[in-house]
Design a protein around this ligand. Sequence first.
Ligand SMILES: NC(=O)c1ccc[n+]([C@@H]2O[C@H](COP(=O)([O-])OP(=O)(O)OC[C@H]3O[C@@H](n4cnc5c(N)ncnc54)[C@H](OP(=O)(O)O)[C@@H]3O)[C@@H](O)[C@H]2O)c1
Length: 329
Amino acid sequence: MVESEKQQLAVKSQGGQFKFVEEAIPQPGPGQVLIRVHYSTINPFDRLCLMRERGNEGFIMGSEGSGVIQAVGEGIDSSQWVGKKVGFIGNGWARYVAKPLASLVVFKDDFDLKNGANSYINPFTVAGLLDYGLKHGAKAVIILAASSSLAKQLIRLAQLRGVITINIVRKDENVKELQETFGVEHALNQTSPTFYTDLEAVIAKTQPTVLYECVGGDLPGEVFSRMPAQSSMVVYGSLSSQTFTVKGVQFRWLDQSITGFVLHRWLAAISADERKQWFELVAKDLEEGGKIFGSKIIKVISLSDWEKNVAEAEAAATQGKYLINLLDA
Ligand SMILES: NC(=O)c1ccc[n+]([C@@H]2O[C@H](COP(=O)([O-])OP(=O)(O)OC[C@H]3O[C@@H](n4cnc5c(N)ncnc54)[C@H](OP(=O)(O)O)[C@@H]3O)[C@@H](O)[C@H]2O)c1
């Protein structure tokens, strides 16, 4: 048993709604470790869970987080692991979480865990999305909602791997930011009257073969219909919640394909070696300042204030992420 005068605190589904509860600290099972969570964050996936998992009795919110291993389950050497700093996926809106050791991103001892709160969802989604592009031979790709935190990491990783990005946003200030801060050559505003003409010119020049779609509505289908034969669209989000439409004729004649992407599925599908390489790449980048996978933190909140900050964090998403401090919870 873990000794602590404080108990577990968590945002948990009880009786059809999420509540801030105090209960017993979970215990790590075989192959698991118990993590004292230091920081978590608010992601679009959390907003989805708040709607979808309400009725899932016992579901603990928080798509990711960072903390320190405090105890280990059967089969794990405590002298090697207790005290290690880690990043994890799932149930981060809690003071304690038990996770399989094999699923953790491990950081150096001097790592600032604030920079590890976002070490999982967006970095590995970005890794999985680019992995798809690389394995399908893409030399150029199109990114919708390119102002998002995730898209900015995807742009950096693509630059590192020599893949050209064509970035589509909905505000001029985001075009400017991507050009000036991220050094992108192709950034287009989807609301511009010349958007589709400009896009056609860039497509003719760069020949992008993968479209990363997370918006919905008519935009993805319109962009896709202008892309080369045998291109693919990877659907990984639905920010507008609108059904996306695709022009059947072009889609058929151009022999295009549409596929869905979910992080958990990709992580389970790649080999242990590939997973290890991606984990090490993300940890190393975050330890060195997060040039690729770092997220900008714009506000620090406490767990008890989770409810009022969810909508506020969404409105401020382009500026950066909200960090939940669980050290003081
Ligand atoms: N499939 C997976 O496994 C997986 C994993 C992680 C994330 N995701 C998805 O990845 C996407 C981005 O995540 P994130 O954490 O980076 O999001 P985020 O930081 O919350 O940013 C979303 C950005 O998208 C822009 N946006 C919102 N609605 C839009 C719309 N209708 N059309 C165009 N742009 C819009 C907004 O920028 P402006 O207001 O400045 O335009 C906003 O800043 C989300 O859809 C999320 O669900 C999927």
